[in-house]
Write a new protein. Structure first.
Length: 319
């Protein structure tokens, strides 16, 4: 009998020791966790044990979004996506997701997977999640990567419509320069130069000023269209410089040379190359003149300061 009691006492002591060891290990693990891992760990505990909300706080939406963004900063893309989607699943259970959650996941997911996330976002828009322009621009970029020009154009028309569809009512300003530039990129591979040009002109009517990226993309579409017209590319280039006052950069010249190559006009490509070299020389000379002017001004200022200091010293000595 005494032997049995001794065995029971030993087993209870062993169990207590194991429990204490596991608690101590958990405490050590929590200390070594980053704040993002602690957020993930706390959310998992709430997910597996709903009663925990009475004794432990729930992570905020901002903390969860920051954790997802941190996980995607690592190099392991497959594990990052799995970990991010696991967080997203747990967030949806507690209605913690917002449009920033979707935007973060869509930006770092394959385009096909991003379209599925967009479908979920459309469903969540009925539950108070408001779609913003950043999420729409990410969707437009997915269409560009997948070559879905028709879907991208419909999306652009919806944003330009007045009134807009209910999904986009939270977007007050309408499409911006990023939206139009992304749509033009979407038209490049398909060679829809006319669609791209019309979209840019509509954007200018809405007050969206075109930039150098807009024109470089417009020029690139001319080399992939069915007629492959280099004259159209040069007309866009002239309008950019003379009408809109946008200075071309190396990307614009390279796009123009690529159009000439696709149209098998080596003579025009050589002319563009010479023009680019001349422009580069003039810019370097202008930079040199500005640098010389700056140096001369700084030297004159330093000389005047030294003269004033010497005059003040002489005056003090005479006194």
């Amino acid at each position: 009998m005494r032997f049995l009691l001794l065995l029971l006492l030993l087993s209870s002591l062993t169990t207590s020791f194991d429990t204490l060891s596991s608690l101590k290990q958990a405490h050590i693990d929590k200390k070594t966790m980053t704040p993002f891992e602690q957020t993930e760990h706390l959310l998992k505990r709430h997910y597996t044990n709903p009663e925990l909300r009475h004794t432990h706080r729930m992570p905020t939406t901002r903390e969860c979004n920051a954790a997802i963004l941190h996980f995607f900063s690592n190099d392991d893309e497959r594990n990052n996506l799995r970990r991010g989607m696991s967080m997203f699943k747990m967030m949806k259970k507690f209605a913690l997701q917002n449009v920033a959650t979707y935007s973060t996941l869509m930006t770092r997911s394959p385009p096909e997977f991003s379209l599925r996330l967009w479908s979920l976002l459309e469903g969540d828009s009925c539950n108070g999640v408001r779609v913003d322009l950043r999420a729409v621009n990410i969707l437009m970029n997915c269409y560009a990567k997948l070559g879905m020009a028709d879907e991208a154009e419909r999306l652009l028309f919806d944003l330009e419509a007045n009134p807009r569809p209910s999904l986009f009512k939270g977007i007050r300003s309408g499409p911006d320069i990023v939206t139009y530039n992304t749509f033009v990129k979407c038209c490049i591979e398909e060679g829809y130069s006319e669609r791209a040009l019309k979209a840019v002109l509509r954007g200018r009517e809405r007050g969206v000023e075109s930039d150098v990226e807009t024109f470089s993309s417009l020029i690139a579409t001319c080399g992939r269209s069915s007629n492959r017209d280099p004259d159209e590319a040069f007309r866009i280039f002239d309008s950019m410089v003379n009408k809109f006052g946008v200075k071309p950069n190396g990307i614009v010249y390279c796009a123009l040379i690529d159009v000439c190559r696709r149209c098998r006009r080596a003579d025009l490509a050589v002319k563009v190359l010479r023009k680019m070299i001349e422009e580069t020389k003039s810019l370097s000379e202008e930079d040199k003149r500005q640098e010389d002017s700056y140096n001369s001004n700084s030297n004159s200022n330093s000389n005047s300061n030294s003269n004033s200091n010497s005059n003040s010293n002489s005056n003090s000595n005479s006194n």
